[in-house]
Design a protein around this ligand. Structure first.
Ligand code: HEM
Length: 157
């Protein structure tokens, strides 16, 4: 009886919300993050360190998932992975010392058909989250200035 129960436990699928879907292999490098990190820890402190960045990224993803301008874009994509690698990317760029393990901005957004307006919507959502976190305006703008040139790899012409 115990053996049957154990066998059943092993074969019954269990919903694991935190699991990521497998993706094709790629070369990992901090260079994939698309920009060089800030050198001092001022920006990291302005964003309230890891906890602040985690709150901002979670809020950004949640806000974008219900934003009628861009929510469709996220359907069918792995949000567990997106949250993880976005947190790494922000931590890396803000000088928090994280390694970025995600793909390049070009590869991540390939064939998604993103336009300038989509980028604008995402930036607005990020600004809303940075405001909610109480990130000083000058620090918000310094991060946005670092992300802005990535538009050429994200948006399709
Ligand atoms: C500077 C702007 C942006 C940055 C820094 C950024 C960052 C990232 C990162 C780090 C990833 C994950 C890479 C990986 O899985 O290895 C990603 C994927 C993704 N991004 Fe962005 N992103 C930007 C703009 C946008 C915009 C404008 C949209 C849509 C409105 C978008 C939608 C997505 C989606 C749906 C994925 C998942 C792709 C997949 O599952 O393969 N991103 N982005």
């Amino acid at each position: 009886m115990l053996l049957i129960a154990l066998a059943l436990l092993q074969t019954t699928p269990v919903a694991v919300a935190a699991a990521e879907e497998p993706i094709a292999p790629y070369a990992q490098s901090n260079a994939n993050a698309g920009a060089k990190p800030f050198e001092s820890d001022g920006m990291w402190r302005a964003f309230h360190g890891r906890e602040g960045v985690d709150r901002i990224v979670d809020g950004l993803v949640e806000r974008s998932l219900v934003d009628p301008r861009i929510s469709d874009t996220f359907k069918g994509h792995d949000m567990v992975r997106l949250r993880r690698v976005l947190k790494e990317q922000f931590c890396h760029l803000l000088g928090g010392g994280c390694a970025y393990s995600g793909r390049t901005m070009k590869d991540s957004h390939k064939d998604m058909g993103l336009q300038t307006a989509d980028m604008g919507a995402l930036v607005e959502n990020l600004q809303a989250e940075m405001n909610e976190e109480g990130v000083p305006f000058f620090a918000q703008n310094r991060l946005l200035a670092k992300l802005a040139p990535m538009k050429r790899d994200v948006v399709e012409r």
